[in-house]
Design a protein around this ligand. Structure first.
Ligand SMILES: *[C@@H]1O[C@H](CO)[C@@H](O)[C@H](O)[C@H]1NC(C)=O
Ligand SMILES: *[C@@H]1O[C@H](CO)[C@@H](O)[C@H](O)[C@H]1NC(C)=O
Length: 312
């Protein structure tokens, strides 16, 4: 479909849905039916609302180059992010650091995530072909943003690492369906729980944070969906078929200087042998593929899907 045709569809549609809260969107109705008992995280609801009120097709947001969406791509197993930049955020850490009373220095950038498109629009917007994407969103060829679009497309097309199942999806509904399939869970069955880190939109200012509580999340498997740098929300979802190769935690932290409380989801990966040896986590943590476990916090609007271990 020609990009201008898509634009007309979007303008017509957004006139109909504008003004409704995220709670009334098709995405939130889908979420409630598919994941009963699991509230939609605030960060996701905000991005759904943003996609309704300020469609990136009408108001290009040029957020692909933002540090916020870049940091989440750094948590992929084949990441090649700049280790210095990653070290500054404190996103990767050792499992031994996860205990109450410990101090961790963190800084997460302010939210600048691309909007989540309504599914019926996402289905019509170009994704696979770079020229179509650049033309639709008026991104100049040769710009930093164009390079990030190319990088996201090539990461999405790259084969999974051994033992990994992965997908790239362009709507929330498709991301949820993909994660549920990976976990072998039926929609609406209540055996899967989904969550995101509770990070304020303004990000986390760089300061020491005290670990207040570390709560392990018992699980029979997990899948996660990471946002990627792109003009609209693209979720890169993946799952390791190998069981119990990771631990999930809910970590409560308090900023030492501001007294602000945050709850971050964290994953510790025990088996890193098949990761990209150039992964920034190895340099930051002074370890190597197959070495000590690599833990990371889940960045803003990244989704964790947990298949519950013993749900009687
Ligand atoms: C994590 O813990 C905090 C504080 O106890 C709680 O408010 C939050 O809902 C928990 N998040 C998840 C995903 O369990
Ligand atoms: C953070 O949590 C602690 C412990 O629950 C509480 O004492 C404190 O008042 C909270 N701080 C803020 C700013 O909410």
């Amino acid at each position: 479909m020609h990009p201008s045709t898509i634009l007309m569809i979007v303008v017509a549609t957004s006139a109909v849905v504008r003004g409704h809260p995220a709670a009334n969107t098709a995405a939130s109705q889908f979420w409630e039916q598919t994941l009963p008992g699991t509230p939609m995280p605030n960060s996701i609801a905000d991005l759904v609302q943003k996609g309704t009120d300020h469609s990136p097709l009408v108001e290009p947001q040029h957020s692909a180059a933002s540090p916020s969406s870049s940091i989440s791509a750094c948590t992929l197993f084949d990441s090649t992010c700049d280790a210095q930049m990653v070290a500054e955020t404190g996103i990767f850490f050792h499992q031994a650091q996860l205990h109450p009373g410990n101090t961790m220095t963190l800084s997460f950038p302010a939210e600048a995530e691309p909007a989540i498109l309504p599914q019926h629009i996402a289905e019509k917007v170009p994704f696979g072909n770079i020229d179509d994407v650049l033309a639709t969103f008026k991104i100049p060829a040769g710009s930093v943003e164009a390079a990030q679009v190319r990088d996201t497309l090539s990461r999405c097309q790259a084969p999974p690492i051994a033992g990994e199942v992965k997908s790239c999806t362009t709507s929330l509904e498709a991301a949820v369906q993909s994660a549920m399939r990976m976990l072998g869970a039926a929609a609406g069955g209540g055996e899967v729980w989904a969550a995101a880190s509770e990070i304020p939109r303004a990000g986390l200012p760089r300061q020491p944070y005290s670990v207040r509580a570390v709560t392990p999340i018992l699980q029979a498997g997990y899948a996660s969906c990471h946002t990627m740098p792109f003009p609209y929300a693209v979720f890169h979802c993946h799952h390791m078929a190998r069981p119990m190769g990771y631990w999930a935690y809910n970590v409560s932290l308090t900023g030492r200087q501001e007294g602000s409380n945050v709850s971050l989801l964290a994953f510790c990966h025990l088996h890193t042998a098949n990761w990209n040896p150039a992964h920034p986590a190895f340099e930051v943590l002074h370890t190597s593929p197959g070495g000590s476990p690599v833990c990371h916090f889940m960045p803003y609007a990244n989704l964790a899907f947990v298949k519950l271990a013993n749900r009687a």
